[in-house]
Design a protein around this ligand. Structure first.
Ligand code: ASP
Ligand code: MG
Length: 423
């Protein structure tokens, strides 16, 4: 029998009524002949409520106790869902991360799954039981409860699907799927039927909150087909799949933005080997995630450089500490500046690999909207620009319209191989 893994997010299990609806949906899949494993999040708002409680108790709760606390949210929803299913006459069993053998590292509040022992799940499925697993949590070598980072239930679901070699992993959420842009910001955003893992990964890490990025990485590595869809209706959502050749015919698939980053510029750095290594080495030691980095060419006369980079605003305090240390060590001699009022907008599409002129078109759209570009970075399937935060909506809407993302794309044949890569 084929195994189907379904994941329901916080809004989908936000009330008794909604949990009953979810139970009915699960029963339908079971009646189609699937063995069903269900992963659920905590009821909406619950994880935040628990975190607030912790911070009322102490300004700096230890991360082990935080995980002990927040992991309880999911335990409530799995038990309630199992009760709903049993009440409807279907055998079901709820299980915690530890009970299904989800082993993680010991990095509390942001642990990574290392191993899943599928035996206990398979035994329950063999009895015809619906298995309901608590998302977001695992257990480390020392049997401490760990959590996988905010939004981590997606990752639990995909990891279980990979371990069980499930046919699909359905991610049920409160939106219809993955859109060309955030529909709350761009009114004519279009639902995408299909998107590649690579594109989804870029979108997830670029601030579109539909899926936990780690879940997309696991899906890509284990070839798990993801179906992102709404739990509130029966419309088909978005399939996240391996890249297909014809996907390259579409130039770009989406535009996204994030405003939770700030730009740090360090001036008057010596223009010699090892300086960038010192700055970013110290940041890495403090586990600061640096996103974009730009170093203009040196000012010949003074033999100095400046480097700008972006980091999460919530990391700024740590970053300033690192810069002070570097100053004491002599690696930083000049001043530094911080700009919080920035946004990063990005366009994503596997078609960029073979279409030329996409960057030029993006810059032309921004120019037409009189939006200044402050930093640029590119990857094979993404172009990002730093702009002023107060222009972010204009940029999103301008780009969405400019690239015609509201319409089903015409599949333009990519240029001949000889013309490739000369963007
Ligand atoms: N309940 C956790 C959170 O709110 C995990 C999840 O919902 O995926 O982040
Ligand atoms: Mg989520």
């Amino acid at each position: 029998m084929h195994i189907l893994v379904q994941k329901y997010g916080g809004t989908s299990v936000g009330s008794v009524e909604r949990i009953k609806n979810v139970a009915r949906r699960i029963i339908k899949s079971k009646e189609q002949g699937y063995s069903v494993v269900v992963v659920v999040s905590a009821m909406s708002g619950e994880t935040n409520r628990l975190l607030d409680l912790a911070h009322e108790m102490t300004p700096e709760p230890t991360r082990r106790e935080l995980d002990m606390l927040v992991s309880t949210g999911e335990q409530v929803s799995i038990a309630l869902l199992a009760m709903a299913l049993q009440d409807m006459g279907h055998p079901a069993i709820s299980m915690t991360g530890a009970q299904v053998g989800i082993r993680t590292d010991a990095n509390f509040t942001n642990a990574r799954i290392q191993h899943i022992d599928d035996k206990s799940m398979r035994a329950e499925l063999a009895k015809g039981c619906i298995v309901i697993v608590a998302g977001f949590q695992g257990i480390d070598q020392g049997n401490n409860i760990t959590t996988l980072g905010r939004g981590g239930s997606d990752t639990t679901a995909v990891a279980l699907a990979a371990a069980l070699k499930a046919k699909y992993c359905e991610i049920y959420t409160d939106v219809d799927g993955v859109y060309t842009a955030d529909p709350n910001k761009v009114s004519d955003a279009r639902l995408l039927r299909e998107i590649s893992y690579e594109e989804m990964l870029e979108l997830a890490s670029l601030g579109s909150k539909v899926l936990h990025s780690r879940s997309v990485e696991i899906a890509m590595n284990y070839n798990v087909v993801l179906h992102v869809r709404s739990s509130l209706n029966t419309t088909e959502g978005t399939l996240v799949v391996k890249e297909k050749k014809e996907m390259e015919q579409i130039r770009i698939n989406g535009v996204t933005s994030k405003t939770d980053e700030a730009r740090v510029t360090v001036y008057d750095l010596d223009h010699k080997p090892g300086v960038a290594a010192a700055v970013f080495g110290e940041l890495a030691k403090q586990r600061i995630n640096v996103d974009m980095i730009v170093q203009p060419s040196s000012t010949e006369a003074t033999h100095t450089n400046r480097i700008s980079f972006t980091v999460k605003k919530s990391d700024l305090k740590t970053v300033e500490g690192v810069i002070e240390n570097l100053r004491e060590m002599g690696a930083v001699k000049g001043k530094h500046a911080i700009d919080r009022d920035i946004a990063i907008i990005s366009i994503v599409g596997v078609g960029m690999k073979s279409h030329t002129g996409v960057a030029a078109e993006l810059f032309a759209i921004l120019a037409k909207n009189k939006i200044n570009i402050e930093m640029i970075s590119t990857s094979e399937i993404k172009i990002s620009c730093v702009i002023a935060e107060d222009r972010v909506l204009d940029a999103l809407r301008g780009i969405h319209a400019g690239f015609g993302l509201d319409k089903e794309p015409e599949k333009t044949a990519p240029p001949a191989a000889s013309a490739r890569k000369r963007a």
